[in-house]
Design a protein around this ligand. Structure first.
Ligand SMILES: Nc1nc2c(ncn2[C@@H]2O[C@H](COP(=O)(O)OP(=O)(O)OP(=O)(O)O)[C@@H](O)[C@H]2O)c(=O)[nH]1
Ligand SMILES: [Mg+2]
Length: 453
């Protein structure tokens, strides 16, 4: 159930980006938006139907501000569900400001950030996750980000959650009903069916949680740290990937001290590559700080590129280093670098990528390999991908409570405990879309059973 919008005020804001443009759009929303705006135009808009467009001029205190195009949306057929007027003016910052001032003087108030979307939610035009998807859509920079946000905005994710909840609500209602008949020891909810439903939901919610690794990569990019011993060729690799001389390269071990970060888009996904100081025991204080930073960056990354000088380093040493540096078992690409210095018949560990970072063709191989390792290769944009941290948090809570229900059933807990845990699952799933679970539950009991009590 959604809350009615009790806020009666009419809000306005510039909806286009700040600065100068060909055209700017000022949006006004609220019960009185049409009558307020009407006072500013040289033609009346009071009787215009929804979806009307009118060319007119706008003045304040008899001073002409601009010629504008006005679009009228009548409640409930507007983005916010309220009466909305959109004023398209010439895109000078001065004109935009003048129009806003005029609207404020006629009784509008400035919209808070996101208030139009918030009103759309409160007026039931879309649910919470759809509203959140608008922000993602606006910020999408790649095909994958665009597709996932669009799907969420259109309600794909909400419908999936709704279907999951509905299945469970049915059982929750039956279990709750049993409580009313507790003295008679009846069992309306078939425990076997409930158990298999809980298992099914657990798996489904688990998959949604897993999809967040990809979803997060789509939305926020993949942080990839380049590590290795000094002089291995890490900075050379970064430069090769970026195709520019970004980091200083030299034959002196310990050249890179600070971390160097650059974003590179590979197949539509942003990878944030971080070149780091070569890891070694050192007495130099500055280099020591660099090494500490390198180790910190490993912890915050989702992918590791480990580079070693294949012409110098022994296989045993590489193995040992990999164990020490990758303690959290992140996906890792191990690069046997400086292959050009090796005799042509020499081999390296089959799992390592043998190459020369000084060779640009080899750097392309690294890009392909990194993309493959990130798991984005298997990306199926048809399936639901969770991209929002709030959603994944709610899903994790729902997952934990589903487990509780299962454990409760395993140990034959009474219906009231079961009902409580099921309510929690419904609550967490419902919090994603902004529904209120207890109302749903009650509504379902009354609608489906009508037992006249
Ligand atoms: N022959 C050959 N030399 C390379 C290759 N890659 C890097 N080098 C050389 O190795 C030296 C070290 O390269 P860097 O890229 O600075 O190495 P690094 O790992 O960043 O070193 P630090 O910043 O000191 O940790 C430079 O002289 C590079 O030109 C390669 O594929 N083949
Ligand atoms: Mg370096």
């Amino acid at each position: 159930m959604t809350m009615p919008n009790l806020d009666n005020n009419t809000i306005c804001a510039i909806s286009t980006p700040p600065g100068v443009g060909g055209v700017a759009i000022i949006r006004v929303s609220g019960k009185n938006s049409i009558s307020i705006c009407d006072q500013l135009f040289n033609k009346s808009i009071i009787d215009l139907k929804g979806y009307s467009v009118l060319y007119c001029s706008i003045s304040d205190n008899n001073q002409l501000i601009d010629d504008v195009v006005v679009t009228i949306f009548r409640s409930p057929k507007s983005f916010t569900g309220e009466n909305v007027v959109e004023i398209s003016c010439h895109g000078s910052s001065y004109i935009q400001q003048k129009i806003i001032e005029s609207l404020l003087s006629k009784g509008c108030s400035m919209a808070r950030p996101g208030e139009f979307s918030q009103r759309a939610f409160l007026n039931g035009k879309m649910d919470l996750s759809q509203t959140e998807a608008i922000a993602d859509l606006i910020h999408s920079k790649s095909n994958a980000a665009h597709q996932t946000a669009l799907k969420q905005m259109k309600g794909g994710f909400s419908n999936e959650l709704k279907a999951l909840r509905e299945k469970l609500i049915h059982f929750a209602s039956l279990v709750e009903l049993e409580l009313d008949f507790s003295e008679e020891d009846v069992e309306f909810a078939d425990r076997k069916e409930l158990y298999s439903l809980i298992s099914e939901l657990s798996e489904h919610v688990g998959n949604l949680i897993e999809s967040f690794t990809l979803g997060n990569a789509i939305k926020n990019g993949v942080q990839t740290v380049i590590i290795g011993r000094p002089n291995a060729g890490k900075s050379t690799l970064l430069n090769g990937l970026l195709n520019e001389q970004r980091a200083i390269v030299s034959s002196t071990p310990g050249t890179t001290r600070d971390t160097i970060e650059e974003v590179l888009n590979i197949n539509g996904i942003d990878f944030r590559f971080i070149d780091t100081a070569g890891i070694r025991e050192t007495l130099d204080n500055i280099e020591k700080m660099g090494v500490e930073r390198a180790i910190e960056k490993i912890e915050s990354s989702s992918l590791i590129i480990y580079v070693y000088d294949a012409s110098k380093e022994k296989a045993e040493q590489v193995k040992k280093d990999l164990k020490t540096f990758n303690t959290s078992d992140l996906p890792i690409l191990t690069i046997a670098n400086k292959a050009d210095l090796l005799p042509s018949d020499s081999t390296v560990d089959a799992k390592h990528l043998k190459l020369s970072a000084i060779n640009s063709k080899d750097c392309q191989k690294v890009k392909d390999e990194i993309y493959r390792l990130s798991g984005l290769n298997d990306l199926n944009l048809e399936s639901t991908i969770v991209t929002n941290a709030r959603h994944v948090e709610a899903l994790q809570k729902a997952h934990a409570d589903l487990l509780k229900v299962k454990e409760g059933m395993d140990s034959n807990v009474t219906g009231d405990f079961l009902a409580m845990d099921i309510r929690q699952v419904l609550h967490h799933l419902g919090s994603i879309t902004g529904e209120i679970s207890s109302d749903d539950l009650l509504g379902n009991i009354f609608a489906n059973f009508c037992i006249g009590k």
